[in-house]
Write a protein that binds this ligand. Structure first.
Ligand code: 13P
Length: 252
């Protein structure tokens, strides 16, 4: 059973042309210089996608967006369609990040609809799930993740077109992480929920990333867990050294 690790950076609403270019170029140079045994993905804000695509040329780092609309085109002011993203050279779209679920009231149903549209346009998706602090304290983590998998992951999902990212909301940007035992328990439960929905063969090949305060000093332990197949990195993806040191500690 081979699941190649994926090291993904979510830049969120950060970087202008100058610092974004410098960051992407620094990462691309290191990725080219080191023969890392893993895949890479960078998800800058929409405004920088075209520019960053050029910086990544020849580097084998995939480019992704942080969201996508479900419609092909039309009257959706301010939105970006899947075809617009493939037109820019994107291979991936992050969908259902908790910051969109919370700030923009995105439901499982909407996330699923976006994923279907993205897949139809040839994009791979990183579908995000994860519990709030209140849900964790109430002992509902696994139940919440199971229902997010059930509702957000489309039936057409394959191990090739879909990556799951488990991001406990309380661990995002806080410096707090669950224990390794907790992460493994949730990832195993997510794989079980995927097996129920998509079959064991697909579930066993689908990558499940962990996200939430991944740093160079905790990445090796988290990503050595049997059901953790990579990381979705926020803050530490904005510093080339941190992002590369995570790869160095994980993908030797
Ligand atoms: P941090 O790595 O900053 O905690 O962010 C995680 C995240 O939300 C990635 O999508």
């Amino acid at each position: 059973m081979i699941r190649k690790k994926l090291i993904a950076g979510n830049w969120k609403m950060n970087c202008l042309s100058k610092d974004g270019t410098a960051l992407a170029q620094a990462i691309a140079t290191e990725v080219k210089a080191n023969k890392f045994n893993c895949d890479f993905l960078i998800c800058p804000p929409f405004t920088l996608l075209g520019l960053i695509k050029k910086c990544l040329r020849g580097s084998k780092i995939a480019l992704g967006s942080q969201d996508v609309h479900f419609a092909e085109k039309g009257a959706h002011t301010g939105d970006i369609s899947p075809l617009m993203l493939t037109d820019l050279g994107c291979g991936y779209a992050i969908i259902g990040h908790s910051e969109r679920r919370v700030d923009h009231f995105e439901s499982n149903e909407l996330v699923c609809k976006k994923a279907v549209a993205a897949h139809n346009a040839g994009l791979n998706t990183v579908i995000c799930i994860g519990e709030s602090e209140k849900e964790r304290e109430a002992g509902e983590t696994i139940k919440v993740c199971q229902s997010q998998i059930e509702g957000s992951v489309p039936n057409d999902a394959t191990a090739k077109n879909t990556v799951i990212a488990y991001e406990p909301i309380w661990a995002i940007g806080t410096g707090k992480t669950p224990t390794s035992a907790d992460v493994q328990e949730v990832h195993a439960a997510i794989r079980k929920a995927l097996a129920k929905k998509l079959g064991t063969a697909v579930a066993n090949r689908m990558r499940i990333l962990y996200g939430g305060s991944v740093k160079p000093n905790n990445a090796a332990e988290l990503l050595s867990l049997p059901d953790v197949d990579g990381a979705l990195i926020g803050g530490a993806s904005l510093k080339a050294d941190d992002f590369i040191n995570i790869a160095k500690n994980v993908c030797k």
